[in-house]
Design a protein around this ligand. Structure first.
Ligand code: HEC
Ligand code: HEC
Length: 349
């Protein structure tokens, strides 16, 4: 009896361990907050067909639609780096530095909006607007982008197959739909999905402790749903300005601090509001935060606990949470790992 009480006190002191030692309870708690990945991210309005995906995959790696013939989605969302980039800030058209870090394109179609400031409703709109972004494809307008696409005759048959019955299928809108369809199949099932589907042996004991700690600390209040984040906006820096801990610098392009959603809405209440970033593949897509100002995951986890929840995580708890986050790493999809050959017939500049 005495032993039981002592054990109970230990569990109460450790708090979260109570769950981690009961796999079924932990599973139920996790299932209430998170969802396993679906087979793909198609919707009724955004279908996924093999023809759309094949076209979207080619366009994703295509550089000839850009102002300098060098920019492609795949040039920043790299296949060797989990669809992201390992540097804080990347360069686009004519070496222009982008204000933000390149997030992964994997599973991103399942986030509720796109970009850190949420200024793209879905992956299709994101792909169309990239065509006229001065940092990316730098076309002067969508007609100019379409002209570049139509100057690549090898694509016409692919567009016709993907968009049957359309008089002129080679359009910027269809570029977005095809690339969007490709992104909607770039999902990366991970050990945590097996766990959520009921296989409690899919996570190690340490990962289960980490999951429990993740929930008990309050991370799951913001990072929830199918992409463990990506489902809501929140302030970055609830207890203090984010740059006091991240080392973020003032940003030349944004003319000062990155204020997230504010830059698009211009509303004061949106200052420092960011999309809660998804955490799938987070262990393999450093550096962290919107400007890549934090190099390692343990550091990012401690900063989150402090800035968002006012809690100081010790090294042991941090290490367990990081182990849990590693269970969100899936495999690079085959159709992304291998870069396709692109139609080269009659290339006109
Ligand atoms: C020059 C580098 C560059 C190119 C080219 C580029 N991206 Fe990105 N991408 C970024 C950066 C940087 C961000 C973050 C922007 C932000 O949040 O404001 C981003 C964000 C995204 C997002 C949102 C991810 C999230 O977590 O919110 C998607 C989706 C995406 N890009 C897809 C594409 C596609 C598709 C293309 C090609 C049509 C493309 N990107 C071209 C650098 C690039
Ligand atoms: C109040 C909401 C909130 C809570 C609670 C929260 N986060 Fe976050 N998290 C965010 C937001 C917003 C971002 C995006 C910040 C940015 O980059 O501008 C983010 C980003 C992150 C990132 C960086 C992702 C990347 O790819 O750059 C990690 C890692 C992370 N959170 C882990 C955690 C952990 C672990 C906890 C619990 C200790 C936690 N978060 C608690 C809102 C929250």
């Amino acid at each position: 009896m005495k032993k039981m009480i002592v054990l109970g006190a230990v569990i109460a002191a450790a708090g979260w361990r109570a769950y981690a030692d009961d796999a079924d309870k932990l599973l139920a708690a996790a299932q209430a907050l998170f969802k396993p990945l679906p087979a793909n991210a198609a919707t009724a309005e955004r279908p996924v067909t093999p023809e759309l995906v094949a076209l979207g995959r080619a366009l994703f790696f295509e550089t000839r639609v850009s102002g300098d013939g060098k920019v492609s989605c795949g040039g920043c969302h790299n296949s060797q780096f989990y669809g992201a980039e390992p540097i804080a800030q990347t360069v686009g058209f004519q070496g222009k530095v982008l204000p933000r870090n390149t997030p992964t394109v994997f599973n991103t179609a399942l986030q509720f909006v796109q970009h850190y400031g949420g200024n793209r409703v879905d992956v299709e709109e994101q792909a169309v607007k990239a065509l006229v972004s001065p940092f990316a494809y730098a076309n002067k307008d969508l007609a100019a982008a379409e002209a570049r696409l139509r100057a690549l005759p090898g694509y016409r048959a692919m567009f016709e197959k993907a968009f049957p019955g359309q008089a002129e299928p080679v359009t910027a809108e269809n570029w977005g739909k095809a690339i969007g369809a490709y992104e909607r199949v770039l999902l990366t099932p991970a050990p945590f999905d097996r766990f959520l589907n009921g296989d409690t042996s899919a996570l190690s004991a340490k990962q289960k402790h980490g999951l429990d700690k993740f929930i008990a600390t309050g991370c799951g209040g913001c990072h929830s749903g199918v992409t463990i984040g990506g489902q809501m906006y929140q302030k970055f820096g609830v207890t203090a300005d984010y740059w006091t801990l991240t080392g973020s610098k003032e940003n030349d392009i944004l003319k000062g601090r990155d204020k997230g959603r504010f830059h698009d809405t211009k509303k004061d209440e949106d200052a420092f509001i960011f999309k809660v970033q998804q955490l799938r593949n987070v262990a393999v897509t450093p550096p962290y935060f919107h400007d890549g100002s934090v190099a390692t995951l343990p550091e990012a986890v401690k900063i989150m606990a402090k800035l968002q929840l006012g809690k100081d995580l010790n090294d042991a708890d941090t290490s367990d949470i990081v182990a849990f986050l590693e269970s969100l790493t899936g495999e690079v999809p085959q159709n992304f790992a291998q870069v396709p050959n692109l139609p080269v017939a009659a290339y006109k500049q």
